[in-house]
Design a protein around this ligand. Structure first.
Ligand code: GLN
Ligand code: ZN
Length: 768
């Protein structure tokens, strides 16, 4: 049984790539220095995997920004608007590449970036390929070949990783009408063949071709394209060992075409979909090598060897060993680099650390699994298995994971716990009596500028350079100034500004029981941006109030309503590493109950409006639409649990940073928030139509300006957008607010924009 890996994290275990690319973009280091950093990371990754005795080590899993963008450059799919960068400015390939990723505003040029979107159901974002009707492809960048040669010089014959032709096309977007991108397959295949032949000539054996779309629902067109592409590849490179990799879902629904594809190997994700194994074994031809994805590439828990060995055992009954491989479930791009970098006991305690495996440890798990298969009775291997069993057992039985009170509260949940007392119309009247808001009430989404100064307070406090007391005084000052200023500019519903928060999930995680944190558990989100998700390891509860203090403080300074600001249960779940010993639904219910306690306590303290943010609700959608309903049912219910403990007169808001609601509008309505604020300005309110068509009954604040840009909008623009909105939604239901929180903006533009926004609301009221 060969062992292999689908991809290793490329940010470097100290985020070297982030630091180097940002320095390069800021003209602080040379191109050579950046290339040097890239080469060092690749070398370290290859050597680390070689030391772990991995049989097939990936290359071209490295990327300076994104692997899909790499493929666009490889295939010469470069939108015309970037050509000047090469032809006139004679910039190196990497500058062209970064321009495609980030836009180019230099040397008299102003070229926008390519679009970015989420990579399947992960938190990784890729750069969307752009296609024209007469799209031509040619081998443009030789990155794949270069990295193969580079590893070869180090004595390693790698398994190149290439994004497959069908998935590449499906990930892209047509930039003009009159064709379907799948039809470009005819033009694309020759370039893939050219590339594969060159790899073969360089001495490549196995080549991994990633086709994640094979785990999704495919239409006939896509299925036909798969058949065509792989037949052509086989014809052109008959002896190349093609390993087609699928991940993130089961491939059961596509076994009809898959079992007939002329490929040499197939990788399946047995962490996400272990149930597919026997069906796949039944369906595939005897000479096809099956790669078992056993070690979770998407989460941070130690592999349960016993469980993996059972899967291997099942596979061995159907296939000979030389037709089997073992591997992580998907690329380790989605895992942090190295658990050994977690050195501070006070951050990640020894108990939880013993349950975890990051990328480096996962590679070792693959190695150990192969040892356990090869010589199960050997003393050293027995010890390996015992140590693993002990860790798994300790996680199962640890008192720190199990809180009987939390479990009892979840089992005691009743339907009325996720039900507001009265219907929205009745609540709206009572809230209006209480709040006496004008038409077109104005508010913001929560955060105000997190200036350098504010971030510095927090970092000083952490390092011991500022006392708790001083930190507290600083936050107090920032919040009170924010309240004063909001009163001055005439907003109707105020916020305290979230100055005390580092991040909307981490802040709550730190205050909830059942969460752990890492020093260095960074995962790439896009380009140089990395995130450090908290780890939900145990039953979640709320030992003490989380936001009460600052919300109450802010409310004490004003007679206008201050909106309490919470992150919702689905978003906390979605942006964390989640325990794998119970359903996500159960974990989400536990978080929901903790948030509910906070909501209730805010109400008791006299807070009349409470916002529960759920920006991640949509991204939690399963990859197969057949599973959407189940997810949406429990996700919506979790939100409702958190929101339904209050009286009719307390107004619950929610916020989402997008507005693609067409396909889930029914469920959004079922959340029954009194007010929902959404992003709308970039689509010129078009996205609001889903709400209009549905006759969405509750109140809506469609964002009137884009907070992602420093540009200050004019009053007229905002009035015009609201006029458009009121064609779709009755005026009585409309609020006026920005698209999202303002934490990334500077004060100057925030002030200017909000003054104009308040003016816009005033002129709307006069028109009525
Ligand atoms: N309340 C949060 C803020 O204003 C919401 C952020 C978000 O939607 N991502 O920052
Ligand atoms: Zn938002």
């Amino acid at each position: 049984m060969l062992t292999h890996n689908l991809g290793y994290p490329r940010i470097g275990n100290q985020r070297q790539l982030k630091k180097a690319s940002e320095a390069y973009w800021a003209d602080k280091i040379s191109l050579n220095e950046l290339l040097q950093t890239g080469a060092e990371i690749r070398k370290a990754n290859w050597e680390l995997q070689a030391q772990a005795d991995l049989d097939l080590i990936p290359s071209n899993d490295f990327s300076y920004y994104d692997q899909v963008l790499d493929m666009s450059l490889t295939l010469g799919a470069i939108p015309d608007r970037y050509h000047q960068i090469v032809t006139e400015l004679k910039k190196p390939e990497l500058d062209l590449y970064f321009a495609m990723a980030r836009g180019y505003q230099k040397n008299g040029l102003d070229i926008i970036a390519m679009e970015m979107t989420k990579w399947f159901d992960t938190n990784y974002h890729y750069i969307v390929p752009e296609f024209n009707k007469n799209q031509q492809f040619k081998l443009f960048s030789t990155k794949i070949l270069d990295e193969f040669k580079e590893a070869k010089r180090l004595g390693i014959i790698t398994k190149p990783v290439i994004l497959g032709p069908i998935s590449y096309l499906l990930l892209g977007k047509e930039k003009e009408s009159g064709f379907h991108r799948i039809d470009l397959i005819q033009q694309l295949i020759p370039v893939y063949i050219d590339l594969l032949k060159k790899l073969e000539a360089l001495g490549a054996g196995w080549v991994q071709i990633d086709e994640p779309f094979l785990a999704l629902d495919l239409d006939e067109k896509a299925k036909k394209a798969y058949e065509l592409a792989y037949k052509e590849i086989k014809k052109a490179c008959p002896s190349l060992k093609t390993l087609v990799a699928t991940y993130f879902e089961t491939i059961e629904q596509n076994l009809d075409i898959l079992s007939n594809l002329p490929i040499c190997g197939l990788h399946i994700d047995l962490v996400r979909a272990p149930q597919q194994l026997s069906k796949v074994l039944d369906a595939i031809p005897a000479n096809l090598t099956l790669s078992l994805g056993l070690v979770d590439g998407r989460n941070i828990w130690k592999n349960d060897y016993q469980q993996s060995l059972e899967l291997i055992h099942t596979a061995r009954q159907a296939k000979t060993e030389d037709r089997l491989m073992i591997a992580p479930s998907c690329s380790l791009l989605h895992s942090p680099c190295d658990l050994d970098s977690e050195t501070k006991e006070d951050i990640l305690g020894a108990e939880v650390k013993n349950w975890l495996a990051f990328a480096k440890q996962k590679i070792n798990e693959i190695h150990e699994l192969s040892l356990l298969c090869a010589a199960p009775t050997e003393a050293g291997n027995k010890a390996i298995l015992e140590a693993n069993e002990a860790a798994i057992q300790s996680k199962k039985s640890a008192p720190s994971i199990h809180d009987p009170k939390v479990k009892a509260a979840v089992s005691a949940l009743q339907p009325e716990d996720s039900q507001r007392k009265q219907a929205f119309e009745i609540r709206k009247k009572k809230q209006q009596e209480e709040l006496r808001l004008p038409n077109f009430p104005t508010t913001t989404i929560g955060s105000f500028p997190q200036t350098k100064e504010v971030r510095q307070w927090r970092s000083l406090l952490k390092k011991g350079g500022m006392t708790e007391n001083q930190y507290h005084l600083n936050i107090e000052k920032a919040s009170s100034e924010a309240i004063r200023w909001q009163e001055e500019i005439g907003l109707d519903v105020l916020v305290h500004g979230e100055f005390e928060r580092n991040d909307m999930v981490e802040y709550f995680g730190e205050k909830l029981a059942g969460f752990a944190f890492t020093q260095n558990g960074w995962v790439q989100s896009y380009g140089s941006r990395c995130v450090k998700p908290p780890i939900i390891y145990g039953d979640v509860s709320r030992p003490a109030p989380m936001t009460l203090f600052w919300t109450k403080y802010a409310q004490s300074l004003t007679s206008l309503p201050v909106k309490g600001m919470l992150t919702g249960p689905v978003t906390i779940l979605q942006w964390s590493f989640v325990r794998n010993d119970q359903s996500r639904k159960t974990t989400c219910q536990q978080i929901a109950l903790a948030i509910r306690e906070e909501v209730n306590e805010l109400e008791e303290a006299g807070i009349k409006i409470i916002q529960i943010d759920e920006p991640a609700l949509r991204e939690g959608l399963p990859l197969h639409t057949a599973n959407w309903k189940e997810y949406l049912d429990w996700a919506v219910e979790a939100f409702r649990i958190s929101a339904s403990g209050v009286s009719d007169s307390t107004q619950i808001h929610t916020h989402m940073c997008y507005s693609e609601f067409n396909d889930i509008i029914k469920h959004i309505a079922a959340m029954d928030a009194d007010v929902i604020t959404i992003e709308c300005s970039r689509s010129q309110m078009e996205l609001l139509e889903a709400f209009g068509n549905f006759n969405y009954p509750n109140d809506i604040g469609p964002g009137v300006y884009d907070i992602h840009s420093p540009r200050v909008p004019t009053t007229e623009e905002m009035v015009a957008l609201m006029d458009k909105a009121s064609k779709v939604i009755p005026e009585k239901q409309l609020w006026v607010n920005p698209d999202c929180g303002l934490k990334t903006r500077a004060w100057e533009e925030t002030n200017a924009a909000l003054v104009k926004m308040v003016n816009a609301a005033k002129s709307l009221r006069e028109k009525v």
